[in-house]
Design a protein around this ligand. Structure first.
Ligand code: ATP
Ligand code: MG
Length: 246
């Protein structure tokens, strides 16, 4: 089943100095249930523009973003806010944790925003345990490592049982060891919670943790590769990148 379908998304930036940048030129793809998909492409190939549109930071000029059978771009604002809180999780490159709150309080924020009326403490503890962060709950963000901060970011993104997580370069600030660990946790979230994940990365090692890789170039999806059983995804990605560069 599809959790997300985007149809023909277009976006042009107009700056105050009359500089026009045609970014997305009609992007369409779908994300299936429990799928982990990477978007790759060179710098300036419009990856962040696409993610900002999907997370609601930016409005496209045209197109549809379908979740369930509703289009995010035309639904009433209050319905949209609810759907975003309930179905979409966002993980940031710079973690975006609140420095004055403990790990526990940071993870709890979406429950408070969503007026969760169950046992908040219990829910936070379960999610933290799932992400291997149970021992760190009473610390502040500056008292834990970057990789751990990102795991708190993932806790916060999954605590409302999001159907899909969007992440623009979630391992961009991490060393390779912590990056791999974060990707292992993403895989676990995908497999055990059934959450679909769409992430942007420059790193073929990171992308090789995904089931599918979309290559974006000049505002269009140029190529797509899918991991087949027994295949080395890393090699496949390198080969596809070589093809695009030629
Ligand atoms: N606010 C803006 N106003 C005008 N042009 C913009 C704006 N944001 C991005 N652009 C332009 O749109 C294009 C795509 O930018 P975007 O940030 O989406 O690229 P990216 O693929 O995320 O790059 P990177 O890999 O470096 O993060 C670039 O040409 C950029 O200069
Ligand atoms: Mg970017």
């Amino acid at each position: 089943m599809q959790v997300l379908r985007i149809n023909n998304i277009r976006k042009t930036y107009y700056s105050k100095r009359k500089i026009t940048t045609e970014a997305l030129k009609g992007v369409s793809f779908a994300i299936e249930d429990k799928e982990m998909v990477a978007i790759m492409g060179s710098s300036g190939s419009d990856k962040t523009t696409l993610m900002n549109i999907l997370t609601g930071l930016l409005e496209p000029d045209d197109g549809e973003i379908i979740i369930g059978d509703e289009d995010l771009l035309t639904m009433p604002k209050d319905r949209l806010a609810l759907l975003r809180r309930k179905h979409i999780g966002i993980v940031f490159q710079n973690y975006n944790l609140l420095d004055s709150l403990t790990v526990r309080e940071n993870i709890e924020v979406p429950l408070i925003l969503d007026y969760y009326d169950g046992d908040k403490e219990d829910k936070v503890r379960k999610v933290a345990a799932f992400m291997g962060m149970e021992q760190q709950l009473d610390k502040y963000p500056y008292e834990i490592s970057g990789g751990q901060q990102q795991r708190v970011g993932i806790c916060r993104a999954i605590i409302n049982n999001a159907k899909v997580i969007f992440a623009d370069e979630p391992t961009g600030n991490l060393d390779s060891k912590s990056s791999k660990k974060v990707m292992e946790y993403f895989q676990m979230v995908c497999k055990e919670m059934g959450t679909s994940i769409l992430l942007v990365t420059h790193d073929p090692v990171i992308a090789s943790y995904c089931n599918r890789v979309l290559f974006i170039q000049d505002g269009k999806i140029e190529n797509e590769i899918v991991k087949e059983k027994g295949e080395n995804m890393y090699e496949k990605i390198i080969e596809a990148q070589r093809g695009i560069l030629q």
